[in-house]
Ligand binder design. Structure first.
Ligand SMILES: *Cc1c(COP(=O)(O)O)cnc(C)c1O
Length: 400
């Protein structure tokens, strides 16, 4: 179909709630995607952190093909083989507990909120969340999300959420009341600009939660599935949550979310208390099982640690060279480059040079290449960024 026609149909018939880049993507493989003109791009933000194994990973596409010919969906009132098998995989890689399957990050968080509310009922219902967090776009998720821009126009917000600053333990101590039932945080804030939780902070939070009998919910929707060099980011911290939420790269591109609850609390959601029609379908489970298999058999955690440290070495070299870079933050293959200027131009110039990245919070470039990325691809991305930053400073972008 003609490029203009594709765009026109979109504006005529699709609710325009997304900021769009005029790029029609047709095909992808690994770290590459191709647009409708046949141009090739190096994708360092594949599917908004969904395609964690890169585009169309062979194991995922094969699993989807195979399963789609056998059984795509069944009602959750029957059993199918793969749901328990996948739940066992998730638990084997995390902590003793049980899994509720859904279709997205917001839904996984919603399930976590319902679980802790049921536990706290009737006296405790407040959930503490963090400023600049991101937990999704449903009404409960935007109430949890500590950013006004996602809430404006949708008031009244769902009650029961309290926001505090990140990495500020004293603020957490002050925020706890007899009504507090849980605290929820991202170990590394993704949309918030790649802000990493301090190790000291997280272990203090864990200890305080134990003391006060408050549940610790970690939103690992973006940090999970190997992104930080461990299967789940909390493993870098030597602590364990009571509840963890997953989505994004769990299905290797196929929609699936999960809420993982510690054994002692998992049975809180009894028949009739919670459900979702599509959650944990045979097809979604087959895709997610292929993701676990790929990470293990292809030793992708190891690759993530090695290529991740290479990426940070290269980004820190760029920082030395370009004054416009204020800070480089993150962990393994989750990198943020905070600029002294708006990042929109840099994003657009990278796009012109066929590198796809992301810009969040106005001035933080976000790079999350797939776990299969190779050093020479990182070299290429760094080279493009280097050229773009050099051109920008020549054109005299005023540095604050
Ligand atoms: C993307 C994201 C969500 C929301 O996931 P959806 O699948 O879009 O609902 C929640 N939490 C975090 C940390 C995310 O990055």
């Amino acid at each position: 179909m003609d490029f203009r026609k594709i765009i026109r149909l979109y504006y005529d018939y699709v609710v325009p709630c997304y900021t769009k880049t005029p790029l029609v993507l047709e095909r992808g493989r690994g770290t590459r995607v191709w647009d409708s003109h046949g141009d090739e791009y190096l994708d360092f933000f594949p599917g908004w952190a969904v395609s964690g194994l890169g585009h169309c990973h062979k194991r995922v596409t094969e699993a989807i093909k195979r399963q789609s010919e056998q059984l795509i969906h069944v009602s959750n009132n029957y059993y199918h083989e793969l749901q328990g098998v996948l739940a066992e995989q998730v638990i084997r890689h995390s902590f003793p507990g049980k899994v509720f399957f859904c279709n997205s990050g917001a839904e996984a968080n919603e399930a976590a909120f319902k679980l802790v509310r049921k536990l706290g009922n009737p006296s405790r219902h407040e959930i503490i969340t963090i400023e600049r967090s991101f937990h999704g776009r449903t009404l409960s998720a935007i109430a949890a999300t500590g950013q006004k821009k996602y809430q404006e126009g949708f008031e009244p917000l769902m009650p029961g959420f309290v926001n505090i600053p990140f990495n500020d333990f004293a603020a957490l101590e002050r925020a706890i009341t007899p009504r507090t039932v849980a605290i929820m945080l991202e170990p590394i804030q993704g949309e918030g600009g790649i802000r990493v939780a301090d190790a000291q902070y997280l272990s203090s939070v864990r200890r305080l939660c134990n003391d006060k009998k408050i549940y610790l919910i970690l939103d690992e929707v973006q940090t999970g599935m190997g992104r930080t060099g461990r299967m789940f980011c909390y493993k870098n911290y030597g602590i364990e949550p009571d509840i963890m939420t997953l989505a994004k790269s769990l299905g290797g591109g196929f929609p699936i979310g999960a809420m993982v609850a510690r054994k002692e609390i998992a049975d809180t959601l009894q028949p009739g208390t919670h459900a979702t029609t599509f959650g944990g379908s045979p097809l979604a489970c087959a895709a997610a099982l292929a993701v676990f298999e790929a990470i293990e058999k292809e030793k992708l955690l190891n690759n993530t640690v090695i290529t991740g440290s290479y990426l940070f070495k290269k980004l820190n070299e760029l920082k030395k060279k370009h004054r416009v870079i204020k800070e480089v933050r993150g962990m393994a293959l989750m990198a943020g480059v905070e600029l002294e200027v708006e990042g929109k131009n840099i994003y657009e110039e990278c796009l012109k040079r066929k590198l796809l990245i992301n810009c969040t919070q106005g001035n933080v470039l976000r790079l999350m290449p797939p776990l299969v990325v190779k050093e020479k691809e990182i070299d290429r991305a760094i080279q493009i960024l280097d050229e773009v930053l050099a051109a920008q400073s020549e054109s005299g972008l005023n540095i604050k």
